[in-house]
Design a protein around this ligand. Structure first.
Ligand code: NZQ
Ligand code: ZN
Length: 389
């Protein structure tokens, strides 16, 4: 087991009717607030009006940046940073899903950078300062509300790059499950596939673990498997939405890592898919995950799948480990494609072999896949992509 530092510094207001605290929290950082949001879901749901009312009540000055895209573009980061510099913004308020929060984190960082925000994503800038981030989460998926990372797309270079800096960690997050009642069944499914992948990226690891963290991860996985279908069937089921929301944060806020330093696998591969084809992140992960599991299964890794199959799906521990492993992959695929109803192949979403080589090359280079659960070369990634056809 490795040593590790635990430092999850985000203050969380969880539950209904907590927006009364918004003004007092924003005020701690100043008076000039830039509110960022996406394509309009918050106006449709009525959240926009409530947030504006709270900001006015607190006597704060409000600026806005709307239209942040799913798979947020670097152009939105630059536009936000420009407003922050010009208007001398004190604090950022992101209202939306992972895309809005991610974009806002980089706006906060780019405000202190003279030049294109893409320099930060290319690793040319050591980010030491960021405007304080407060957020109101509207979609349970990425965990951006409680981690220090974000992922930004550049359509010109067809890149999508993730980076994290301590200073981008949100200061305060408002997590009200009722704000996710309006999330579509499809986005609920994609968000759930994303959360599962965040846990799998850590759980499938051959380093010696803390038993305590393994059981937490298995509990989180079971929570998502139990409640995602409930939320899809009954979008206003508070218990289901609350369980998914809190699971999304804890799947990626650093707690379950326990010092493990293994590179992630499906995420670098998926980011290349959404960089070029602009697909929903969770959908790309759903297609990749069972294939990646199958590709990495061998005599050296089977024990991990055996534990997964027995503890998550309740498979009979007296079965042969390899049999348990294969069955657990099958059950994972059934959950993603049948229960969540997500598409299971690239061809169904318009992705052919054209970019397999270039995507594989970038996934290995940017994602550091040689240090993954099962070290992956460019050829391995192409093979996994082919399994998804
Ligand atoms: O733009 P609006 O109108 O708000 O609509 C959004 C968007 O169309 C809609 N939506 C959000 N909340 C809603 C809602 N619709 C109805 N009711 C609500 N309450 O849902 C659509 C998708 O939103 P988006 O924010 O893109 O989804 P998600 O939260 O899944 O974020 C995906 C992005 O996060 C990145 C992904 O790569 C992708 O770019 N990730 C960020 C991570 C992080 N910060 O740690 C880790 C993840 O692995 C991931 O890579
Ligand atoms: Zn993800």
């Amino acid at each position: 087991m490795n040593q590790f530092v635990y430092n999850i510094s985000t203050k969380v207001y969880f539950g209904e009717n907590q927006l009364g605290h918004l003004g007092e929290e924003l005020k701690k950082f100043g008076t000039r607030v830039l509110m960022t949001y996406g394509g309009g879901s918050i106006k449709k749901s009525g959240l926009y009006d409530k947030v504006v009312a709270e900001i006015k009540k607190a006597g704060l000055e409000l600026f806005e940046l709307s239209g942040i895209e799913p798979n947020p573009r670097v152009s939105s980061v630059n536009a936000g940073a420009e407003i922050c510099k010009k208007e001398k913004i004190d604090v950022l308020l992101a209202v939306g899903g992972g895309s809005v929060i991610d974009c806002t984190k980089f706006i906060g960082a780019a405000t202190f950078h003279d030049g294109d925000a893409w320099d930060i994503l290319e690793g040319k800038v050591d980010v030491k300062k960021c405007l304080p981030i407060v957020d109101i989460l509207t979609l349970a998926a990425t965990g951006s509300e409680m981690d220090n990372g974000g992922v930004i797309s550049n359509p010109k270079t067809k890149d999508k790059i993730g980076m994290g800096f301590d200073v981008m960690q949100p200061k305060v997050s408002f997590l009200d499950p009722t704000l996710t009642y309006s999330v579509s069944s499809y986005q609920t499914a994609c968000g759930s596939a994303d959360m599962l992948s965040h846990i799998f990226e850590v759980y499938f690891n051959m380093e010696k673990d803390l038993y305590m963290l393994d059981t937490v991860m298995e509990g989180l996985i079971k929570t998502i498997i139990k409640y995602a279908p409930v939320a899809m069937k009954n979008p206003e089921d508070y218990e289901a939405r609350a369980n998914l929301m809190w699971a999304s944060s804890w799947a990626i806020n650093g707690f379950i890592d326990g010092g493990k330093c293994q590179a992630w696998s499906c995420h670098p591969m998926e980011h290349e898919l959404s960089a070029i084809y602009d697909i929903t992140h969770g959908l790309g992960l759903a297609i990749l995950t069972p294939r990646w599991m199958e590709y990495c299964l061998d005599d050296t890794t089977v024990s991990r799948y055996y534990q997964f199959g027995c503890n998550v799906f309740g498979l009979d521990p007296s079965m042969e480990p390899m049999q348990v492993a294969k069955k657990s992959i099958k059950l994972t695929a059934e959950f993603l494609y049948q229960t969540l109803g997500l598409k299971s192949t690239f061809s169904e979403i318009g992705i052919d072999e054209t970019n397999f080589e270039v995507m594989a090359e970038k996934a290995v280079r940017i994602g550091g896949l040689k240090d993954a659960f099962k070290p992956l070369t460019k050829e391995d990634v192409v093979n996994i992509f082919k399994m998804c056809k």
